[in-house]
Ligand binder design. Structure first.
Ligand code: ADP
Length: 262
């Protein structure tokens, strides 16, 4: 209602969604988009209706990871149609609006806010059990805006790599989520060790355990550790979520924990 609206802000978007889940990291390149794609895919495989909203405007890689990068958005009536990857998974990304893949987006805060509002309000999402939102790394406008405009934001999943410089930035991300008044649904440690494909020995490239340590420090759930895996990188480049290639058990377990936390 009007009395709930804060001055200068549009009211909450009118979108029929049960749970909005933010995916956030302190730094770029830690696997936030990979986690978003696999989380959304896994939730949809549980028979849920899922939307995946790629708000990483400066590096919108979700369409590439799902093999739908050639799609352009269409409209029916006054509504934008999301790209439907399966009957249960719909995607909206800034990438669909760009004239070509190498064009950067150079927008100030208010333009981003208007675009996010439109991605929520003017898209024909239909009913959604979950809307997974892939945010840009760090603590910027996009997260603030989505937290203000989306209904039923249940909290954030924090993706980190194990080393100190990454966990330091993740602590900021956790504090940011707490400042927004949202629960941290849990921490996922990605790129946690790797098994050498030649000798089978485990190599702790970025170390191990950093994600668990910060989860404990902030008393938030630890959702699991995903090792560095060449198949995972290939899956991203080939546009096939890892979870359907290999039925990755850590990812499945993390998804179950997220569903329990909601
Ligand atoms: P972010 O969204 O945090 O910038 P991405 O999800 O785009 O990170 O991941 C960065 C790159 O690392 C991508 O090429 C992705 O396929 C790859 N990657 C992510 N996680 C893993 C992993 N566990 N093992 C191997 N490659 C990974």
């Amino acid at each position: 209602t009007c009395s709930d609206a804060k001055p200068g802000l549009p009211p909450k978007a009118d979108i029929d969604v049960k749970h909005v889940i933010l995916v956030l990291s302190g730094k770029g390149g830690v696997g936030k988009s990979t986690v978003s794609v696999n989380l959304a895919y896994a939730l949809s495989s549980h028979g849920k209706k899922v939307g995946l909203l790629d708000l990483d405007m400066h590096g919108p890689n979700i369409p590439k990871m799902l093999g739908i990068e050639e799609y352009k958005l269409s409209t029916i009536g006054t509504k934008i149609e999301p790209v439907r990857v399966t009957g249960a998974l719909s995607v909206i990304s800034m990438a669909f609006l760009l004239p070509d893949k190498s064009t950067p987006i150079i927008w100030r805060g208010p333009m981003k806010m208007a675009a996010i509002n439109q991605f929520l309000t003017d898209v024909n999402w239909g009913y959604l059990d979950y809307l997974v939102v892939d945010l840009p790394p760090g603590t910027g406008d996009e997260a603030l805006t989505i937290a203000q405009l989306a209904p039923n934001v249940r909290g954030a999943v924090i993706v980190t790599t194990p080393q100190d410089v990454a966990t330091l930035d993740s602590k900021k991300a956790i504090k940011f989520v707490e400042k927004l008044g949202l629960p941290v649904l849990g921490v996922i440690e990605n790129m946690s060790g790797m098994v050498c494909p030649h000798c089978g020995q485990e190599i702790d490239l970025f170390g191990k355990g950093g994600g668990k340590k910060i989860a404990d420090e902030f008393s938030v759930p630890f959702l699991g550790a995903i090792p560095i895996d060449i198949d995972m990188r290939k899956a991203g480049d080939e546009g096939r979520p890892f979870i359907i290639r290999r039925g990755d058990s850590t990812t499945w377990a993390s998804v179950d924990k997220v569903m329990e936390a909601l």
